[in-house]
Each structure stands twice: as C-alpha cells, then as structure tokens.
Design a protein around this ligand. Structure first.
Ligand SMILES: C[S@@+](CC[C@H](N)C(=O)[O-])C[C@H]1O[C@@H](n2cnc3c(N)ncnc32)[C@H](O)[C@@H]1O
Length: 337
C-alpha cells in the first residue's frame, strides 16, 4: 500500500507534476524525503530546451541541481544521473582541421607536385600554379597547409569532452558519494542508417548511470527483484536496453525499462522518487507502475502537459490493475495531479 505523506502547504506535493525551473522548485521539496532522484539532464546538444545554453551555463545548471539534492534526499537515499559521459559539441575554439582520407580525394595532385611547380616557376601565384596542375586553388591550399585546412568557410569543429568527472566532483562537494556506476548499452540503431564519418571516432552506443549516495543507512532488500532479475541485470554493470526509437512526444526520452530498473533496485514500495527533468514523464510512470510515489518537475509547458497526460493514463491502468488484485476498499488513492 502507498504511504501517505503530509507536507506543509509551501512544499511540493507528491504525485504531482510541476511546470517550472528545477533550480527554484527543488528548494520547495520537504528536506530528507526523497528516496531516489533519477533523471537525465539536457546533454548540451543544442536541443530546443537548451538552445540558449553555453557550456558554462549548462555546467552551472548541473552543479546547482546536484548540490540542491543533498537537502532533499533522505539519509541513505540515492541520486542516479543518466548521462552520456562523452559529449560532443560544436566548439569555435577547435582548430578546423579534418582527418585526411586519400581514398576520397577527387584530385590526385600531391604536395610534391605543387612544390615542383613552385620551384620551376618561383613567381607563380596560387591561381597560376592551379592552372598548371589543372586543379582548384583550394586543392593547392589543402595540400600545402596541412592537407585539409578547411579555410574557415566550413562548420566549426566538434569537440569531444568527458563530463562524468565534473558530475562526480559537484556531487562530492555537495556531500554525496559516488556509490556505483552502471552502463546503459543502447541498441545500435545507427547500424541500419546511412551513418558515415570522416573521422576515426566510434559511434556512441552507451550512456552512463552515475549513482550517488547520501550518507545514511540504506536497505539492501533482496526481495525487490526476483532471483532471475538479480542475475539478469540486478548484479550486472551493463544493462542492454533498446533506446526509444519513436521520440514523437519528446526529443530525448529514456526507456521506461531504464527508469523501472533503477527504481526497483534502489527503493521500496511507497518511497518518493524525484525527477527534476521530467520530460515526457517516464520516471513518474515507472514509479507508478512500481507502486512508488513521485514528484516531477519540467520547465517547458508542452512537455509538462504531455507528462501529465501520460501519468494520468498510467495511474488509470494501475488503478484498474489494483482493482483486479484487491477488494475495492483496500485501493489506495493517489493525489490528483
Ligand atoms: C533529457 S530530457 C528528459 C527526458 C525524460 N527523461 C523522458 O524520458 O521524457 C531533459 C528535460 O529537462 C527539461 N529541463 C531543462 N532544464 C530544466 C530546468 N532548469 N528545470 C526543469 N526542467 C528542465 C527539458 O525541457 C527536457 O524536457
């Protein structure tokens, strides 16, 4: 049966979606009440909800949110952050040098050939050398200046950066300790697409789950999962879960199975689960299905509305399920959203 929680009027209520900025709203959660906070923040990929973000403002958001968790987590509670450790973003400061791919060369003029023309005709300018070799002036530039200098007229370079260390530091500074790290291995959806690259970089196929612990007693309840589930994923570091293919409602949903595993592993029935980056409501739905309470915060109105709709549906089918399982009078009421 779901536990009932009493809060003073100023505090956020459970089983409710709030539309607003988490940085201010988390402060309104009753201290020491959240058993688990599970979320996936903006990844600084230029999506609609992070268009204005700079790398620094994005880091500031993560730092603030993580820091605010210390107050609201129960002692012994967990903060689980799902994020791709390696992020890639356009960086104006990146030198604009591409890897060279000789097999792709449209023109077989080499640097040596250009140097030969230069020595034969020391007064020739770039246009004249290009005429002799029957190639473009850009080819002359590319071959002479490190082969693939883009000359500033192409897109800025992609900067690859690790962010897990920053997150760990923010948590540590806030009094939360890294407890574990799991890896979500997504299905290689790219395998069927026309994905190509002119680099030696790998395709990203995993995301990380950073699990932080607020010092305090916690329960290791082996009954949370079946024996089969413990073997299949409970004890395992790598979780293979297909990613959400149809991101119709929201551009960056994580799979319900991911939220479900985290919730069932780290909490008991009736606990409160927080998601301050609720998006389409996945964490809340997984919480409802696992008979936990939730608090959800989403900044963008249209996503908060989608989350509310999805949550209502989940509550409805959950109530329906419990009606089948229990006599009517034992049914627990959920707060109205
Ligand atoms: C990666 S998405 C989360 C998707 C979600 N896990 C799902 O399955 O639908 C991050 C969400 O955080 C929201 N967001 C970004 N900054 C926020 C803030 N300061 N406060 C609340 N929500 C925020 C975005 O609008 C976006 O919907």
């Amino acid at each position: 049966m779901l536990k009932k929680f009493t809060f003073n009027m100023e505090n956020l209520a459970v089983n409710t979606v709030y539309c607003g900025d988490s940085v201010s709203l988390i402060r309104k959660i009753s201290p020491n009440t959240i058993a688990l906070s599970f979320w996936s923040p903006p990844y600084f990929l230029g999506k609609e909800y992070e268009k204005e973000a700079t790398y620094d403002s994005w880091q500031e958001l993560l730092k603030n949110i993580i820091t605010l968790h210390y107050e609201v987590l129960k002692p012994g509670g967990f903060l689980v952050i799902n994020i791709a450790d390696i992020i890639a973003f356009q960086d104006e400061k990146m030198p604009r040098i591409m890897g060279m791919n000789p097999a792709n060369r449209k023109c077989d003029v080499t640097k040596d050939m250009i140097l030969k023309v230069q020595s034969d005709f020391p007064n020739y300018n770039r246009r004249q050398i290009a005429e002799v070799l029957k190639c473009s002036e850009q080819t002359i530039d590319r071959r002479l200046n490190g082969n693939n200098i883009r000359g500033g007229k192409y897109a800025v370079g992609t900067h690859i950066k690790l962010v897990g260390g920053n997150i760990e530091q923010y948590a540590y500074d806030a009094g939360l300790f890294l407890y574990d790290k799991r890896i979500w291995k997504k299905d290689p959806a790219w395998a069927n697409s026309k994905w190509t690259t002119n680099t030696l970089k790998s395709v990203s196929e995993t995301e990380d789950l950073y699990i932080f612990w607020k010092p305090g007693e916690y329960t290791v309840n082996r009954e949370r999962l079946t024996q089969g589930e413990w073997k299949e994923w409970g004890y395992r570091q790598i979780w293979e879960i297909p990613s959400v293919r149809a991101n119709k409602e929201h551009p960056a949903m994580f799979p319900k199975e991911l939220a479900s595993r985290v919730i069932r592993l780290y909490t008991d029935e009736g606990d409160i689960i927080l998601d301050p980056f609720l998006g389409s409501g996945t964490t809340a739905i997984a919480a409802i299905e696992a008979k936990r309470n939730f608090i959800g915060i989403e900044m963008i109105g249209k996503y908060a509305a989608i989350a509310k709709k999805n949550i209502k549906n989940a509550q409805h089918s959950q109530t329906f399920k419990s009606e089948l399982l229990f006599p009517k009078e034992e049914k627990t009421e959920l707060s109205v959203i």
